[in-house]
Ligand binder design. Structure first.
Ligand code: DHB
Ligand code: FE
Length: 280
């Protein structure tokens, strides 16, 4: 029987990855952020997931405005980092888990989530930065990864409720996969931020803290937040938070909050991280 060790949600700011890659995590700007990641890394090294399912968004790196799939699952045995304009990040390639990924694809499609299946795709900072946050700079990533990519770039993205339901369906799929692996789920993106336009730089601490407070025990309330409200309250890129609801959907109704970290700013973003475990 496989085991779900927990769910993590974390921001995926590209410059957090660059700070790690370029040895800047001890600098005054970055130290308070990275000090807060120590406990998350410790949780990761204690729970040791064999597989991590990462719910993230592509930022016009692999996909473009020519092709905008709402939900994509990567079924490949290897994923390379995307070239986001300055060469791919020098990080280990990311090993996939085709057997579980195909099981997820089949189960999700039979549960009426019309996933796009990617036999080949690169993965950008939306996926690679959370890996670096949780594992730092290993020679090889210590887990297999299944990428699930959500469109939050081009309107209309899926609703928070749809994302939560996708998480519930992922749980059904995991529970019907016969293996002895330990599985973690990471939802990435957020928290409040806007990268362009008149409101670029907006941060809404009150909204973010309320989101962190409610994700454990009132996720249904969060599923009612409309895209328009995300944008008004948390900035245009704040809508990335719907991916946290996929992660939350995978977990049981009752969860325990294991750890949280909130730091402003990381680049233009309010960087949040939360770790939840099923409350058995
Ligand atoms: C930033 C944050 C993001 O989520 C992203 O995808 C790109 C940039 C930022 O704050 O710089
Ligand atoms: Fe982003």
């Amino acid at each position: 029987m496989n085991e779900i060790v927990g769910g993590i949600a974390t921001s995926h700011v590209p410059s957090i990855g660059a700070a790690i890659d370029n040895g800047k995590t001890g600098q005054p700007y970055w130290k308070p952020l990275f000090d807060g990641y120590k406990k998350a890394r410790q949780w990761m090294s204690e729970t040791k997931p064999d597989v991590v399912i990462i719910i993230y968004n592509d930022h016009a790196s692999e996909f473009s405005l020519e092709l905008i799939p709402t939900f994509v699952i990567g079924v490949s045995d290897m994923f390379m980092p995307s070239d986001e304009g300055y060469g791919p990040r020098e990080i280990p390639n990311i090993e996939g888990h085709p057997e579980l990924a195909w099981h997820l694809a089949e189960s999700l499609i039979l549960q009426e989530f019309d996933m796009t299946i990617a036999n080949e795709m690169t993965v950008d900072h939306g996926l690679s930065v959370p890996l670096s946050i949780m594992y730092d700079q290993p020679k090889e990533w210590p887990c297999k990864v299944i990428p699930i990519c959500v469109n939050v770039i081009q309107y209309p993205p899926p609703t928070g409720l749809r994302c939560y339901k996708l998480g519930r369906a992922i749980r059904v799929a995991i529970d019907t996969f016969d293996s002895n692996e330990k599985i973690a789920v990471i939802g990435t993106g957020g928290m409040s931020h806007q990268l362009q336009g008149e409101r670029a730089g907006i941060i809404n601490r009150e909204f973010d803290i309320s989101f962190l407070d409610r994700i454990s025990n009132q996720p249904e309330e969060l599923t009612k937040i409309h895209h328009h409200d995300y944008i008004m309250q948390a900035g245009s890129e704040g809508v990335e938070l719907v991916m946290w609801l996929v992660m939350r959907g995978v977990l049981e109704k009752k969860v325990r909050e294991i750890y949280r970290h909130y730091h402003v700013p990381a680049s233009n973003t309010a960087a949040g991280l939360i770790i939840l475990e099923d409350d058995e």
